[in-house]
Design a protein around this ligand. Structure first.
Ligand SMILES: [Zn+2]
Length: 220
C-alpha cells in the first residue's frame, strides 16, 4: 500500500513543513571539464541543468543546477529557474469558453527555458497534438500510479525517447508555444493524473499540481 499513498503521504509532509523554506540546489560543484559535443539551441540551457547529450542523460551531479527548486513534497518545480512562490493556481480556470475546466497548471516562463522532470519515471509517450498540447511528454511513475504531463514544448531534450528512464530534474525539453498555446504567453502546461492499473497514457484522473509544487492550499 505504500506506493498507493505516495503522493498523499507527501501531502502530509507538506502540511507539517508548510510555511518553511524551500530546499534549492544552489551549491553546485561544477565539473571542471568543459562540456563537449554540444550543439543546438537547447545546449546552453541543457548544460545549465547538467545534461550530457553524448550519454543522453544528466551528468553526474546534474541536479546541482543553480535554479532547480524542490518543493517539500519532493517534486521538482518543472521549469528551471522558477521558484514555488512564483507559481499560480490555474487548475480550476475555465477553458474553451467555459466548456471545460483546465485541470492542470500553467507555468509562465521565457521560451527556451529548460523543462525538467518533477519526479522519476519512464517516458511513456511523446505525443504531438497540433490543436492541443503541441509537443508533449507523458512520464509515468515507477509504480505506474501517476502520470506527469508536460505540454506546449518548443523542443524535446536531445535524444529523449519513449521508454527512457528519467530522474527528478532530468531535462525533457524547453518551454514553448506549440499546440494551442498563446504565442504571446509562453508557458509550460503541466498536469498530474492519478492512474488506475491498466490506464493508458492518455487516461487517468487529474490531480491539482499546485499544492504539491507550491506548498500552498489550492483555491476553493
Ligand atoms: Zn494549460
Amino acid at each position: 500500500m505504500a506506493s498507493r499513498t505516495s503522493i498523499f503521504g507527501n501531502l502530509l509532509v507538506l502540511g507539517i513543513v508548510g510555511g518553511g523554506g524551500w530546499m534549492v540546489w544552489n551549491n553546485a560543484t561544477r565539473d571542471a571539464a568543459p562540456p563537449s559535443a554540444v550543439r543546438g539551441a537547447f545546449s546552453d540551457a541543457a548544460q545549465r541543468v547538467g545534461y550530457d547529450p553524448a550519454s543522453r542523460a544528466p551528468r553526474a551531479g546534474a541536479l546541482q543546477a543553480q535554479a532547480l527548486s524542490i518543493a517539500p513534497t519532493g517534486l521538482a518545480v518543472p521549469v528551471d529557474g522558477i521558484r514555488p512562490a512564483q507559481l499560480v493556481d490555474t487548475y480550476t480556470q475555465s477553458r474553451a469558453g467555459g466548456s471545460r475546466v483546465h485541470n492542470a497548471m500553467d507555468i509562465m516562463a521565457p521560451r527556451g527555458r529548460p523543462v525538467v522532470a518533477v519526479a522519476p519515471g519512464t517516458v511513456e509517450k511523446l505525443f504531438y497534438s497540433k490543436g492541443g498540447g503541441g509537443i508533449t511528454v507523458y512520464v509515468r511513475s515507477p509504480d505506474r500510479r501517476w502520470t506527469y504531463y508536460y505540454a506546449h514544448l518548443d523542443a524535446y531534450a536531445p535524444g529523449l525517447r519513449e521508454g527512457q528512464q528519467v530522474g527528478r530534474g532530468t531535462p525533457l525539453g524547453t518551454v514553448g508555444i506549440s499546440g494551442n498555446s498563446d504565442p504571446a504567453g509562453p508557458h509550460l502546461h503541466f498536469a498530474i493524473n492519478r492512474m488506475a492499473p491498466g490506464d493508458k497514457w492518455y487516461q487517468g484522473q487529474p490531480v491539482n499540481p499546485y499544492p504539491l509544487l507550491a506548498g500552498q492550499q489550492a483555491a476553493r
